[in-house]
Design a protein around this ligand. Structure first.
Ligand code: SAH
Length: 303
């Protein structure tokens, strides 16, 4: 089932279900892992390559990182579906295509130092860590930051540094960064993040009204500190939180923090519906058409 939302003469597709679901076998983890590995290959072919992501290193990382181990246990069977999933605390793990697209747009290089704002489950962090030398990631929600740190350690990712805090301020001690990914929506580009971008660096961020449709933007800083902005696709992300906004967002949508395992039926289905409505969408027809409507603007900014 797909929900189409028409907004300002632009179509946005919210994919809410998909056919390819990993089959969990009761015979044990080997069968399960093989099944998930096959589901990952299908995910990459059908959801990611088919929509225009071409970077072979990114595709390999998406085939490698076990998304099923970044979602709550109850949702492992849905891990390779074409959409975001709840990870508790009213937050989501992004749609696989969006993870791949943002990663490709960041143009990660093996020697790069990368910053991610919005660790969430740690999935995007893990994907990025396969492609750069070091990832720094910041999460504002204590419980998510703690769980992600443990998960990334348990899975053996050694080139990731985690921090609990407000990523709006970036990570000044580790700056400058070759690429910065912001995985929550902001109504403006946080100046500290632009300041912490190296000349030649790329900042990928959804910018626009919170709780509405935003624009995925790529900002590239040249050697003179000038910033070029590429507008890539309409998307919908959970908000980048700042202080009181956390409370405000929950009150506005009646979303209450709860364990992810509770997301079944009743009030929880309202939470899930809101999450689906709120969270990451892709442009209709995938990136091809999204890219077709991409605009480039030049802005001179201070570093
Ligand atoms: N990248 C994540 C998904 C991110 S959802 C994944 O792959 O699972 C957005 C995340 O950004 C949420 O976990 C949210 O708590 C976090 N977040 C929101 N505002 C933030 C801020 N100001 N600083 C750091 N993290 C923030």
């Amino acid at each position: 089932m797909a929900l189409l939302v028409k907004r300002s003469a632009r179509w946005v597709l919210v994919v809410t279900s998909l056919s390819t679901v990993a089959c969990i076998s009761s015979k044990g983890s080997v069968t399960q892992d093989q099944s998930f590995s096959a589901a990952r290959d299908r995910m990459v072919a059908q959801q990611i390559e088919a929509r225009g992501v071409r970077d072979q290193r990114v595709l390999a990382a998406m085939r490698e990182v076990p998304r099923d181990l970044f979602v709550p246990a109850e949702q492992r069977a849905q891990a390779y579906q074409d959409g975001p999933l709840s990870i508790g605390q009213g937050q989501t793990i992004s749609q696989p295509y969006i993870v791949a697209l943002m990663t490709e747009l960041a143009r990660p290089q093996p020697t790069d130092r990368a910053l991610e704002v919005g660790t969430g489950s740690g999935y995007q962090t893990a994907v990025l860590s396969r492609l750069v030398s070091q990832v720094y990631t910041i999460e504002i929600i204590e419980a998510l930051a703690r769980d992600a740190e443990r998960r990334l350690q348990d899975l053996g990712y050694t080139n990731i540094a985690t921090r609990r805090g407000d990523g709006y301020a970036g990570w000044p001690e580790a700056a400058p960064f070759d690429c910065i990914l912001v995985t929550a929506a902001a109504d403006h580009v946080p100046p500290p993040l632009l300041a912490q971008l190296k000349p030649g660096g790329r900042l990928v961020i959804p910018v626009g009204p919170l709780f509405d449709i935003q624009e995925l933007q790529v900002m590239t800083k040249d050697a003179a500190g000038r910033v070029t902005t590429e507008r890539v696709a309409p998307v919908r992300f959970v908000p980048l939180r700042r202080g009181g906004l956390l409370l405000q967002s929950h009150m506005r949508y009646g979303m209450v923090d709860r364990p992810a395992g509770d997301l079944r039926g009743g009030t929880d289905s309202i939470v899930m519906r809101r999450l689906r409505e709120l969270c990451h969408c892709t442009a209709r027809g995938g990136r091809g058409s999204a890219r077709g409507s991409a605009r480039r603007t030049r802005e001179d900014r201070d570093r």
